[in-house]
Design a protein around this ligand. Sequence first.
Ligand code: IPE
Ligand code: IPE
Ligand code: MG
Length: 247
Amino acid sequence: MHRLTQEKLPRHLAIIMDGNGRWAEQRSLDRVAGHRQGAESVRIVVRACREIGIPYLTLFAFSSENWSRPQPEVEALMTLLKDYLVMELREMLDNNIRLLAIGDLSRLPKEVVVVLNETMKLTAAATGMTLTLALSYGGRDDIIQAIRRITANSRDGNLTPEDINEGLFSKYLWTANLPDPDLLIRTSGEFRISNFFLWQLAYTEIYVTPNLWPDFKKEDLIQALLRYRDRERRFGLTSEQIKIGDR
Ligand code: IPE
Ligand code: IPE
Ligand code: MG
């Protein structure tokens, strides 16, 4: 399929889904219409990733900073999220997709949390793909909550400073059960992280497309995966070392 071979696929693909507002603005529509169309792209991309065989897909859907947007927009996003979960449950179950959510979920409206928990419970045994929604997520929040819990465990005598290393720290992040992303896609042409995964992106390949999220379709995904396939990931080594290792 499109010259994509399994061994050159990212194990974990993360996406900053950006540009819904601009998509709507270009059409003289309300920003919410952009978010609604963005939800369609989510459906298409989730299905495509499952078909292609990507084991972990994480979507940055709502940031810790997005709470400061106008209240009607925040409310509309929460409603769209709830509707998405209800409507996609069947699809997730049929396609063996497990749903996870990361972020400060305590800030989400109660009715969203109820549906979220229910969906996570019902899909918990699925093994085909892990779909993680980053909701009310901030990379700095994630690091702070990890430090808080590490500090509490140290105070209780369960951890010493020597116990703290990269592996242990990763286990305290909200992403504890996910591998680091191999590929990050950001739509809408912005070259920034916007407080998404800060620790986790240390060696992630980054792909920015000018396309706005509501216009991002399967072909765009395949384009990004083909570009990823051709990258040389060196992890600080020399190109020569990598080529010898490949043999
Ligand atoms: C991404 O689109 C969706 C969220 C951040 C929730 P935006 O709403 O940020 O769209 P732009 O960037 O204003 O075009
Ligand atoms: C990042 O987009 C957050 C999500 C896609 C959920 P933003 O639109 O909030 O980012 P900035 O403000 O342009 O950096
Ligand atoms: Mg934006």
